[in-house]
Design a protein around this ligand. Sequence first.
Ligand code: PGA
Length: 248
Amino acid sequence: MARKIVAGNWKMNKLADEAQDLFNDVLKGADKLNCEIVICPPALYLQGFNNISKTDVNVGAQNVSAYVKGAYTGEFSAEMLRSLSIPYCIVGHSERRSLFGETDSEINEKIKNLLFNHISPIFCCGETLDQREIGIEKDVVKDQIIKALEGLKSSQIGSIVIAYEPVWAIGTGVTASTEQAQEMHAYIRKVLLEKYGEIAFEIPLLYGGSCKPSNARELFACKDIDGGLIGGASLEAASFLSIANSFS
Ligand code: PGA
């Protein structure tokens, strides 16, 4: 069975002292949870947080360069994350795709570089509202997964975490219904099973998109939902911890 994970994607929020307070509060409240927590703060704070993180409260980057090293101003590499012992990194978030033009092949490069450096990618996939309305949401998500994982062997797949984040639910307050979310998660599991075999059951499948304390319990009770990738509701310790406490 896949392990349970609740990850917080802080995006570009929190100044240094606010970020430190929030991280400390999450650390304090995380003792009695029965899931792993991954906090993904702005990259500037990663090292400091990682130094004080503890078992089952890990940190992750929100992005990484597709390049290995060299003259790429403003970028940082997977190897640099490894040199700081950062265990996770979000890849392919829809904001990276839509606002920064990130392509499937860059996402594939990033995932390969991360795995080479023993960092677990939290790979995001999900359809837009237009795509769902014309009924191609499963094709879109399958295509994103196949392209992102191209060239990987079954032996490498076990380190990946997948977040299904319907674009229409991110930051909108609209959550996918439990039926919609479970149906897509089961489909993702099937795609992974067909391509990589039984390891598919070990891959945590997280739901993301307006997940909050009021709907987390119902979502996390679904058979193929192993946790969440939380944006807005991860910016307050109480709401984030309440979500992380929503496994029955
Ligand atoms: P949200 O963001 O929880 O604010 O919808 C989720 C995400 O973008 O990962």
